[in-house]
Design a binder for this molecule. Structure first.
Ligand SMILES: CC(C)(COP(=O)(O)OP(=O)(O)OC[C@H]1O[C@@H](n2cnc3c(N)ncnc32)[C@H](O)[C@@H]1OP(=O)(O)O)[C@@H](O)C(=O)NCCC(=O)NCCS
Length: 238
């Protein structure tokens, strides 16, 4: 699935699309054409760089609380395996990666220590009476949007675009969120429509597992993208 849309200039004019100043509290906006699609191998280093930049260990405690944070950095080789399997979803502005979401099949969890206890939990859960299995469930995974592109539905474009692509092969999707990441929790529930189904403790944190039926999410995703973003009417399957 391949979407292109234009992010319009905000009232606070900010034409440069270099990601802005990460140290300011103002979420600056810039104008460019945003494209969402699966990543090319050559783009994965940029994803790893974002994983490092927004990792909790590289953010001040105040920034973590206010803007959210990541707990996992996937090295290039692992990311390539995941990309070759299900396709990492990326958002680009003038060819620069400004957001991504990484789908992970349950069979990959053994290679990602943070996900091992999550998989154990997932396999004990059900959604609407249907037990979650490695065959029917996909971890829609880590999502991140560059600070200068937040609050303008880039996250929604990534998530609903990803689910649209995976809907024929999976029935459910789940994510896990550190309880301290209140921004992600709010975003995932209010904007993506995920619902809390479980909470467990691992690695000295409380993790909430949220889930949704993919077909319902795809329906809910219609029409939620920002009015400031103009979609081109050419949607093509890669
Ligand atoms: C999580 C993320 C993808 C969400 O994308 P986004 O563009 O920032 O999302 P939005 O701004 O549209 O939505 C965030 C919502 O949370 C609210 N919010 C902002 N800061 C918050 C906070 N500290 N606590 C709780 N809610 C908060 C916002 O008000 C907004 O809700 P509203 O529109 O109803 O007012 C993005 O913030 C991000 O990449 N964060 C860093 C990495 C991360 O945390 N990833 C998730 C890992 S599980």
């Amino acid at each position: 699935m391949h979407f292109t849309f234009t992010m319009c200039r905000s009232s606070r004019e900010q034409p440069a699309c270099d990601g802005g100043d990460k140290n300011t509290d103002v979420e600056q906006k810039c104008m460019c054409v945003i494209e969402t699609r699966t990543a090319r191998t050559s783009e994965l280093e940029a994803v790893v760089k974002m994983q490092e930049e927004y990792n909790k260990y590289n953010l001040a405690p105040r920034d973590r609380r206010k803007h959210g944070f990541l707990s996992l950095v996937t090295d290039f080789e692992k990311l390539k395996v995941l990309n070759d399997d299900l396709g990492v979803m990326v958002a680009l502005c003038d060819d620069r990666i400004v957001g991504y979401e990484i789908p992970v099949g349950l069979h990959h969890c053994d290679d990602i220590p943070l996900f091992i206890p999550m998989r154990e939990q997932i396999l004990k859960l059900s959604i609407e009476g249907t037990p979650l299995t490695a065959e029917n469930t996909i971890i829609s995974g880590q999502i991140c949007v560059d600070k200068s592109y937040r609050s303008r539905t880039v996250g929604e474009a990534l998530h609903f675009g990803l689910l649209e692509r995976l809907r024929d092969n999976y029935e459910f999707t789940v994510v896990e969120i550190d309880e301290l990441n209140t921004r992600s929790m709010h975003f995932s529930q209010e904007k993506l429509g995920l619902q809390k189904i479980s909470v467990y403790e691992a690695f000295e944190a409380d993790w909430h597992i949220l889930g949704q039926r993919i077909s319902d999410a795809c329906l809910a995703g219609i029409g939620v993208l920002s009015e400031d973003i103009v979609f081109s009417d050419s949607h093509s399957v890669l």
